[in-house]
Design a protein around this ligand. Structure first.
Ligand code: PAF
Length: 270
């Protein structure tokens, strides 16, 4: 597997490959990321992964400094998965000294994680746009656990006419249902026992939608989550295509939710 640290190395390598698929990550790779690489291989001959913990998508009181950094293991994992190249830029390379341009996707960024994490999606859209411009892939692959992030990136790619096909890959779960996430490493033993209730309650809410109003489904789920020990940030039944709050007449729905368990923020959807 090639390892690149500079934009010029990537540009030179890019020239000799016709069809390229890209998997952006912040490292601390787990089985969910391996699944993204496997899916990526279906779309092109060459797969490149980036590992970059992007400072602009973390708020001031968030976990940028403690976010797990496991580059050596990550590269071993990517080699084992048959990944062709990894891009490991540093912050100075991505954000030069006079950096002053950012990308904002106004509508789908607004609510849910966008409301609780001010500036988060501007940081995501900006770094993904930069990485797209550096790597110039034909296809880019993202996990659907961050469904709102996926919607933001789809909108940005469409609105800016970027010639890239954006693919979403279903969430990979632990055997007990907990969605895989690098932040699961923060959970202590007791919290790790509670965490699978998040998905269980999402599944129950989905069942309840067949017989109860949306407002009642949300209320019941928030109560159940609170009773088992989560602090609920949001639990919202929304329209899948534009992420607006759903009404009883809407059909194509997604439940988006974020909770805190101790110091760990977890997101999931169904
Ligand atoms: O989902 C992530 O890991 C990050 O938000 C991404 C897309 C790599 C941008 O930093």
């Amino acid at each position: 597997m090639h390892q690149f640290n500079t934009i010029s190395e990537i540009r030179t390598w890019r020239k000799s490959h016709k069809h390229l698929v890209f998997v952006p990550t912040m490292g601390s790779l787990h089985a969910g990321h391996c699944q993204l690489v496997r899916e990526a291989k279906k779309y092109a001959d060459k797969v490149i992964v980036s590992i970059f913990v992007n400072p602009t998508q973390f708020g001031i009181n968030e976990d940028f400094s403690t976010y797990p950094r496991t580059e050596t293991q990550d590269c071993e994992l990517l080699t084992a998965e048959g990944c062709d190249a990894v891009f490991l830029p540093n912050t100075e390379m991505i954000y030069g000294p006079n950096f002053q341009t950012s990308v904002r996707v106004s509508q789908v960024s607004q609510n849910y994680c966008g409301a609780s994490r001010a500036g988060h999606f501007d940081g995501v859209a900006t770094v993904v746009c930069k990485l797209f411009n550096i790597i110039q892939p034909d296809v880019a692959v993202f996990g659907l656990k961050d469904f709102q992030q996926f919607a933001v990136i789809e909108a940005m790619t469409r609105d800016l006419h970027l010639p890239i096909e954006v693919i979403g890959v279903p969430t990979v779960r632990e055997l007990d249902g907990l969605a895989m996430s690098s932040r699961n490493f923060y959970l202590n033993e007791k919290e790790r026992e509670i965490a699978p209730h998040f998905y269980r309650i999402l599944q129950k809410a989905r069942e309840n939608l067949a017989t109860k109003t949306i407002a009642n489904v949300e209320k019941k789920a928030i109560l159940e989550l609170t009773n088992v020990g989560f602090v609920v940030d949001y639990f919202s039944v929304v329209r899948r295509f534009d992420l607006k709050l759903a009404t009883e007449n809407d059909g194509d729905l997604i439940i988006l939710a974020a909770v805190k368990l101790g110091k760990t923020r977890l997101i999931d959807n169904l």
